[in-house]
Write a protein that binds this ligand. Sequence first.
Ligand SMILES: [Zn+2]
Length: 81
Amino acid sequence: MAFAACASCGAKVNVGKNPELGQRFTCPSCDDVMEVVWLDPIELDWPIDDDEDYDDYDDEDFEDDEDLEDDEDFEDDEEEG
Ligand SMILES: [Zn+2]
């Protein structure tokens, strides 16, 4: 298990056993995403290309139209004699 210094805060980031160039890790200290730019020694740097997809969830407005009508039918039982 190898560690590399975060380029942002200098904290040790666990890069696993066999880190690869371009592999990205998230610094546990500052939550910055670091990219492996060198393997010997292992160096981390900020990712160059920012092609991350940002997922924006739009809150949809739900309209609640509830018409509750209780129609009860009363049956009259007439005694037939
Ligand atoms: Zn950091």
